[in-house]
Design a protein around this ligand. Sequence first.
Ligand code: MF3
Ligand code: CO
Ligand code: CO
Length: 296
Amino acid sequence: MMKNKTLKVNRNDPCPCGSGFKYKKCCLGKNASDPKNLKAEYADKYGIRLKQPADIEGIKRAGRLALDILDRVVPEIRPGVVTDHINTLVHEFTLARGGVSAPLNYRGFPKSVCVSINEVICHGIPGERALQDGDIVNVDVTPILDGYYADVSKTFFVGTPGPEAKKIVGVAKKSLAQGLSMARPGNTVGDIGWAIQQYAEKQGCSVVREFVGHGVGLEFHEPPQIFHFGRKGDGIRLIPGMVFTIEPMINLGKKELVILDDQWTAVTKDGSLSAQFEQTILITDHGFESLTPFDV
Ligand code: MF3
Ligand code: CO
Ligand code: CO
């Protein structure tokens, strides 16, 4: 989830357009129709830092690591495994590859990965809970590599899934696909949320409102917020160089949630299953490129 931090550009800072000049000598106060000034406008008005080619390479390397961490975890997704074991694996694998786990100590989060079973929507804290046959489990990893962040998650089946597990995991994956299908310049953030909500609700499922996608790359959570619900055409227009996550949390029952006493674990209020898939994407000139690609 994103906490809105406005990243204001000061007069004497380097211009966000990447020219190398000071902001006051470059784009400050200029007409926004010029692409250079668009960058300044996005920085000023929305706090969005558009990514330069070197940033994109860095985030892509972090993204490769993030996917490798998930692949490393897959053989451990079996009945009887406690979630703290997954935490240890993620923590050590990340360090061995020269990275650091962003979740550890992030706003007081005590572990290196979020592991969210069944009715847990997100932010599950690894501990002594053991995976059971038929469970679904989301593993959400965010390594920092050379200062760059990539954020990715998948929901896995433990053993043999029942019909409800199959349904919610299928709908959650396709919800991400619907969001991605709207990710191109000229569309808005609202188009992404609209496509997800339309689809998920048509399947009889619901979209969690309290947690949203977010800008990512230079920090864990940057502007803008990417809602997984909403109206076509609403919100900020997408432009090349934006890097953000799409990460819809989809419930089999109602959308309402409860936060447990640990202040992190979000569970469905009605106890129904919840699933999530997340990718970090870059808006390109003609569409998007996933920096954490996997099939959806
Ligand atoms: N990875 C989560 C997201 O997709 C955020 C987890 S915050 C943590 O935004 F502190 F719980 F790690
Ligand atoms: Co995220
Ligand atoms: Co995440």
